[in-house]
Structure formats: C-alpha cells, structure tokens
Design a protein around this ligand. Structure first.
Ligand code: G3I
Length: 370
C-alpha cells in the first residue's frame, strides 16, 4: 500500500494543474477491505462518482476519487449548454481534462448528457422546428463522435418524463418535444448509435425510487417511454436511475424490485447514476442524520443490487463539500435550520461517513454478476 505522501506525489503527476497537497488536507487512509470500486468490481459491478474540472484541483478529494472510483461522470462539462454556448462554437477543453484524468487513472467515463431540457443552449429557442431538429442531430452526432470509443454509457436523453405536464404519454413538454414531437427521442438514440457503435445508450431519469403516488406515476411514464423506444426500434440499452433519495419518504423494496424487473424484462441493463440523500426532513444533528441516510442507502442498494440487470452505482459527487443539494436551488433542499446538507459518502474534511460504509456493505453483499 503506498503511503499518503507518495500518493500525493503520484496524484500531482496524475492531475496536471493539481495543487500540491496543502498541510492538513486529509488523504483518506486505505479502507479496510478495499475501496468502493474494488468491492464493486469483485461482483462484476462498477462504482464511480460525478466530478468536475474545478474539483480536480483538490488533492484530498482526488485522492479519495482514485481510492474509490473506477469511473467518472462530468457534473456539467459535457452538457450542450457548456459545449456549444454559441451555435457552431463548440468547446471541449474542460471535458477533455476529465477524459485525460480518467485515461491516466484507468477509469471509465459515463457520458452525461446529450439532451436535457435544463442544459440546452439559449440560442436553440431562436430556431424553427426544422432548425431545431437539425441542431439537435448535429449536436448529438458531433458530441458522440468527439469521444467515440471513450464513453462506456451515454445518457442520450435525460428527464423526459413529467406526468404533471398532462400529456397522456407522460412526456415532458420540452422545447425539443414541442418543436420536433415525440420522435426526437428515437431520433437521438439512432444518431448516437451511428456515431459510436460501441457505447451503451441510456435513458436517464429521477424520482422513481420511493413508495409514493408521485414516484409511481413517474415509473409508469418511464416504463412507457422505454417501451415506446423499443417499439420504435431505438437502440436504447440502459436505464439510468438517478436515485436522488429523499430521507423521510417511504421506500418499499418489493415495489422497487418489481419495477426494476419490468425494466430488465425489456432487455435493458440498469445503472444507478446520481445517488445521494436529501436529508432536509431529518433533524439537524449530524450523527442521527448520517445514520438515517446510511440506512436508506443500504436498504435502497440491497434491493437494487438484487436485480442482476443492475451493473453500476454512481454517486452524484463524493463529498458533501460540493453537493448540488447545498446550492438550495430546489425548495425541497432548503432546511429551516442552518444545518448543511450531508448527502454523500465523504464529509467536507474528506472523512468517510456512514453512507460510505452503507455502500461498501451493500456492494459486499451484492450477488455476483454473470
Ligand atoms: O457554467 C459555469 C462555468 O462557466 C464556470 O467556469 C464553472 C466554474 O465554476 O461553473 C459553471 O457553473 C455552473 C456549474 O454547475 C458548476 O457549478 C453551471 O453554470 C451550472 O449550470 C452547473 O449546474 C449543474 C447542473 O446539473 C446543470 O448542469 C450542477 O453542477 C449539477 O450538479 C447538476 O446535475 C444535475 C444532473 O445533470 C441531472 N440530474 C439532476 C442533477 C442536479 O440538478
């Protein structure tokens, strides 16, 4: 096992521009039983996390990333609004830094995400229906071609289901849907397949995990969308379930497993793609809050990993320090007290938390994949 100083030295080599470790920065001691990806790989699974070029400048975070992750996903650098802020003016420098880091460290890369209504460039809304269709096709083709052979799974479409929008097919009334119609969905998958014959192609969504009427409607919408894609002959192979879990909401393992079995019956594999825990509903005290979050993660992952079609677990970040939940953009993230969100496996000082142990235990208990 290499010592912390050596690891920091190696880290500085692995990450160009990575600041040398500051005194007092915690490099996590080696985890007894191995890091999370080693535990996952022992069962034929993958474990990884979202990160960003900004986070790559933090040696303690990157040391944990190297210790625990076998794959990475860009938190925002590979989205349309970031790649093409002006039409035709594509920029991949930041995303390329993440690919370089992954390549240097033998990590896989999940592509996130080609089409998402929250990350479309502003200029798209200036286009006609025909112009929108051409721009979408050009973006999907150019982006998949750019990293052809370097992405294991592409989130081709993200969050296209919104029962509250009132359509009988539960599709979200996005700009692309309004301009092109529901056919934008299979079109995107066909264009991505033509650009990279080997990447696995995923539909990714959120809010399906809990035993609530809201989640049940979302699951119906997701299943309907997947069945529609399959009937249209679209090359969808993976369902990405974001798993932004909500502490305090009910979770029924049998109900969740039945949904996963329905997805697997369509011939798809499944990836947990953005796991974290919103603990807004829990009291402020960190100890009980961390324990409750870890219990929910363990119950969720135990049920999820029983499904043989599940192949990867990805958290939406590694450390509470950078969690999107702390930005408080969503009302359901805003606590009434001043306690800060603690949704991820490591705390601000890069100490492992009960969530880390819950993920490790669930991976160790998971049935091996064929
Ligand atoms: O755009 C600037 C960039 O120019 C600047 O140099 C960089 C350096 O700080 O920051 C960039 O700012 C923001 C970026 O996060 C970094 O914080 C972007 O404006 C902002 O849009 C971006 O937000 C991301 C958001 O998706 C939209 O892309 C969040 O980090 C990310 O956590 C969030 O992730 C989404 C998933 O993709 C889909 N599922 C839900 C999840 C949470 O909303």
């Amino acid at each position: 096992m290499i010592g912390a100083a050596t690891r920091r030295g190696l880290l500085a080599l692995a990450i160009p521009g990575c600041a040398t470790a500051q005194p007092g920065m915690v490099t996590p001691p080696a985890a007894p039983g191995g890091g999370l990806h080693a535990r996952a790989a022992a069962k034929g699974l993958a474990f990884g996390a979202a990160t960003s070029t900004r986070q790559m400048a933090e040696p303690d975070l990157m040391a944990a990333f190297l210790a625990d992750c076998g794959l990475l996903v860009a938190e925002y650098e590979m989205k349309w609004a970031e790649l093409e802020p002006q039409p035709g003016n594509r920029r991949t420098r930041r995303a390329d830094q993440l690919f370089d880091f992954a390549r240097r460290n033998g990590m896989a890369v999940r592509g996130h995400t080609l089409l998402w209504h929250e990350s479309e460039p502003r200029w798209l809304s200036d286009l006609s229906a025909r112009g929108t269709a051409a721009a979408m096709a050009q973006h999907v083709d150019a982006t998949v071609l750019c990293w052809r052979g370097q992405v294991t799974t592409w989130d081709v479409v993200n969050e296209a289901v919104a029962p509250e929008d009132g359509r009988p097919d539960f599709l979200r009334r996005t700009w692309l849907l309004n301009r092109i119609g529901p056919d934008y969905l299979p079109q995107a998958f066909h264009i991505a397949r033509a650009a990279d014959p080997n990447a696995r192609l995923a539909y990714n969504d959120f809010g399906c995990e809990h035993a609530t009427a809201w989640s049940r409607r979302r699951r119906l919408g997701v299943l309907g969308l997947l069945r529609g894609l399959r009937q249209a002959g679209a090359p969808v192979q993976v369902l990405g379930m974001q798993a932004h879990l909500q502490a305090g909401q009910p979770f029924e393992a049998s109900e969740w497993r039945a949904f996963l079995a329905d997805v697997a019956a369509l011939g798809l594999t499944i990836e947990v793609t953005e796991l974290d825990v919103n603990c807004r509903a829990l009291p402020a005290a960190a100890g009980p809050r961390d324990a409750a979050a870890a219990d929910l993660v363990r119950r969720f992952l135990d049920a999820t990993l029983e499904e043989p079609a599940v192949r990867a677990v990805v958290t939406w970040g590694l450390t509470d320090r950078h969690s999107w939940i702390r930005e408080g953009r969503l009302p359901e993230h805003r606590r009434r007290d001043t306690a800060r969100a603690r949704p991820l496996p490591y705390d601000d000082a890069m100490r492992r938390k009960p969530i880390w142990a819950a993920i490790a235990a669930a991976l160790d208990a998971a049935p091996p994949r064929g």
